[in-house]
Design a protein around this ligand. Sequence first.
Ligand SMILES: [Zn+2]
Length: 321
Amino acid sequence: MVWWSKTWAKGGLILAIIMLAGCKVSGTTSGSYYEYGDNYYSHGHFLDARDTGHYFPAASWSLNKASQACVGETLYFETANARVRVYGSPAYSDTAFRAAATELDNRIGGVLNKFRMSWQDFIVDRTAAAPYPGHLIACLSPSVTSAELSSASLAAVAVAAYPGSWPYDAGRIFTHDLAHYVQENLGRYDSDHSLLPLWFAEGQATVVANEPVASAYQHYDYSPLQDVYAHSAGSAIYRYEHYGLAYRYLERANGSLAMTLLLDLVQFMDWKNYHPGTISSGEERAFVEAFDAMDLVDHRGHYLSFARFRADYHQLVGASY
Ligand SMILES: [Zn+2]
């Protein structure tokens, strides 16, 4: 089967890069920051798409409602390393552009590290249908509240436009939403919707952002795998801790690289249009087929199909501590 060679070639590449990186201390390009008041902001430039031709992406399949606010905006701030571009209305302050760019630029490396990837790996592995594959695009959006702070789509991260009212835990929220941004770009090709079940996407973002995860002995309090879609999910706020528990069970048994390769394989299924549609319990067939093809295991090292994980979730988690 063709996709195995592609997937494992990619996995081999990622592993090789991790081993090389282990030889030296890697760090951010700290020389590119300068002090601005009490904060450090990334160096960069204000540019205009009418000069550069780099217009904000307009394809609606790749944007959520919040990030569509920047369609037609031409002003943007680009970090000196050219990695991050923040678009928005010229009515917003320079500081808003710089602060958003700095937060995203400072955090994306750490988030990708949780996916066992470097920025270069990400550029290569993310969907080729992404509008600017070599860049992280953001939008200062009036429809993101300061409390929710940001929301990610495949093509752009939408950010609340008034940094003075960002919440005290802004760093955690940016990290969580950057995890969604990475998922969106790894876990589908050009599907107009996410192919991941809600519990997996939120559980992974919860774990990447170091947010609270339910203890394994509390597993009977909630059945996270029932929550396939946001619109049919329960309303208990603590359900995120159980999404995290379900995801972490898989990650602990299989490693975080296997989770990245699972996303890669879902993207491949979407690219080839293998296994379109959903199974009877609502999950995307591409996700279920990829899950089963990854040869994932339970905490005892026994093969774990998606059907068994879903049916025996409480039994498996209950026996794992
Ligand atoms: Zn989330």
